[in-house]
Design a protein around this ligand. Structure first.
Ligand SMILES: Cc1cc2nc3c(=O)[nH]c(=O)nc-3n(C[C@H](O)[C@H](O)[C@H](O)COP(=O)(O)OP(=O)(O)OC[C@H]3O[C@@H](n4cnc5c(N)ncnc54)[C@H](O)[C@@H]3O)c2cc1C
Length: 324
């Protein structure tokens, strides 16, 4: 059986690995030049920022095995500091229950997890799949025939590809929100009893603030520096999506200073990353999205839930559909 997979995020890579384990040789088409998708890392000089997913919490799922191998190899580590809560000006401890969930980060960036997953897979980078064609026995990508396809790009984009074949699935209610991530590298040190702050109400523009240099001490900044990734809430991200980086950086820096103190000074490096399809507000159900005997299987977080380990699990599930 010849299998094609669209997307080399964790879902696509999980599917490819599961199939490879059974002796198949799937081909993965990836639009960008690297694996990982929303598990992305940005390096600016000696600063290292995870611009999408901050960490992975396997919660006993299939991703656990992959993470433990990376921990043993020294690439990944369990995050020791907890997540605290903020309301824009006050910082208080978060829930004990949530803090007990083991979360892992990769010293040189979460894209290292994707590199581990991609090892040994037939990957075609810089290959944007723009349309599909189908016959009664196969589906083809750019003239190459496959018996089965697994689509793992964010669900609205996968649904568009299916539309091009005249196939509709019950995924219409799934909506992804945009998110703007803002990166700051400061030369001054910041120490705190937490590695990240969350606004559980999602009212404050700064919905999640990760201190990368406290998440992975010693590997995210030049000596003594502080690396921060601010993820903006839905309202702010929608409102400012098309605005200039300078404006977003200026407004976000005011919020960061208010929370962490003006002693941090002016940032030495900055960046803004816009995620058009950041996370599903409401995911579809894998079984509903994939009728039995579908030649094209939809996987990824749009059919599982907006988390790394759930996206990974959906890839495994898609592969196992083809193995029965
Ligand atoms: C800002 C942000 C913060 C997050 N924080 C966390 C967190 O802390 N913890 C957590 O568990 N989860 C987090 N998430 C969610 C998590 O990142 C995702 O749920 C997960 O990575 C989704 O994986 P995926 O494989 O389903 O999709 P993706 O990672 O989006 O992979 C899809 C891949 O398909 C490729 N692609 C798209 N269209 C095409 C095409 N036409 N042809 C070829 N290739 C294509 C893309 O380039 C991409 O590589 C966060 C997400 C964002 C954006």
């Amino acid at each position: 059986m010849k299998v094609g997979i669209v997307g080399a995020g964790v879902a696509g890579l999980a599917a490819a690995r599961r199939l490879a384990k059974e002796g198949f040789e799937p081909t993965v088409f990836e639009a960008s030049s690297h694996p990982g998708g929303r598990c992305e890392t940005l390096h600016i000089d000696d600063w290292v920022f995870d611009t999408g997913a901050t960490s992975a919490a396997p919660r006993g799922g299939s991703l656990e095995e992959v993470i433990q191998a990376d921990v043993e190899a020294g690439r990944a580590m369990r995050i020791t500091l907890p997540v605290y809560v903020h309301d824009g000006s006050r910082i208080t401890p978060g829930s004990d229950e949530k803090s007990r969930i083991p979360r892992y980060a990769w010293r040189d960036g979460i894209d290292q997890m994707a590199e581990s997953l991609a090892d040994g897979i037939d990957l075609r980078y810089n290959h944007l799949v723009g349309s599909l064609s189908a016959s009664s026995s196969s589906v083809s990508i750019d003239g190459e025939d496959y018996d089965r396809l697994i689509l793992t790009q964010p669900l609205p984009a996968a649904a568009e590809l299916l539309d091009s074949l005249g196939e509709t699935r019950s995924v219409r209610g799934v909506q992804f929100r945009p998110t703007i991530s803002v990166m700051f590298g400061f030369e001054q040190a910041f120490a705190g009893p937490f590695h990240a702050l969350i606004d559980p109400t999602q009212v404050h523009p700064l919905t999640w603030l990760c201190i990368e240099s406290l998440k992975c001490p010693g590997s995210r900044t030049p000596a003594g520096g502080t690396a921060i990734v601010a993820q903006m809430n839905r309202r702010y991200s929608r409102r400012r999506y098309a605005d200039a980086d300078e404006l977003i950086l200026r407004e976000t820096l005011v919020d960061v200073h208010r929370l962490l103190g003006r002693e941090l000074g002016e940032p030495k490096v900055t960046a803004v990353r816009r995620w058009k399809h950041a996370m599903a507000d409401l995911s579809s159900d894998f079984e509903k999205a994939n009728p039995v005997d579908s030649k094209i299987i939809l996987a990824g977080d749009g059919v599982s839930g907006p988390r790394v380990e759930l996206a990974y699990e959906s890839g495994i599930r898609a592969a196992e559909r083809l193995l029965v």
